[in-house]
Write a protein that binds this ligand. Sequence first.
Ligand SMILES: [Zn+2]
Length: 99
Amino acid sequence: MQLPDPGLLFRLAVAVFVIVTPTLMFLGLVRLLERVRDDDLIYRLMTEEELRTVERSHSLAGFVEEVTGTTPGTVRCPDCGAINAAGMGSCVECGARVG
Ligand SMILES: [Zn+2]
């Protein structure tokens, strides 16, 4: 059996090194950042408003609110734009029909 060209083996080794090393370094960096992350510090530095925004953006209700412009279980009055509870016959603000 003939041995492969040493030059080819060397080039293959370099190629594997070049492909694998950045991947491992990136994964190492992500692990490191996850370990040094301090959730308590983040929550201490965020204001109440920012916290509410983050929590809403992580919930399904927040997503629905963002897409439809209303909170779930509510309807917006077509006349005055007031928020009314779903199932109400008329707007609490102006009395127009909603639903
Ligand atoms: Zn109204």
